[in-house]
Design a protein around this ligand. Structure first.
Ligand code: FMN
Length: 73
């Protein structure tokens, strides 16, 4: 099972959480952690689970995460 963790982060807090999520998943799972700025649509190949993390900025996810969600839904 391939799991993709996508996150955005300005100051590193959400990045630390994304990496902690990766560390919490058993090693027999294939986990890829990607910052949204490094995301490419080929990252979605074979993915069964997506975990998305964003800092809250003015009561909303970041613009990059919002755009990703709009494209993906
Ligand atoms: C410009 C700005 C706006 C923010 N707006 C919110 C907000 O609306 N609600 C909230 O709970 N935190 C808000 N925060 C706090 C951040 O969400 C919080 O510091 C977060 O841990 C930052 O994540 P990062 O280190 O991954 O960038 C804001 C921070 C900044 C700098």
């Amino acid at each position: 099972m391939k799991i993709l963790v996508i996150y955005d982060s300005y100051f590193g807090n959400t990045e630390r959480i994304a990496l902690a999520i990766k560390d919490s998943i058993p090693e027999n799972k294939h986990v890829v952690v990607k910052k949204i700025s490094d995301f490419d649509s080929s990252d979605l190949e074979g993915v069964e689970v997506i975990i998305i993390g964003s800092p809250t900025r003015a009561f909303r996810p970041t613009e990059a995460i919002t755009n990703f969600l709009k494209r993906s839904i």
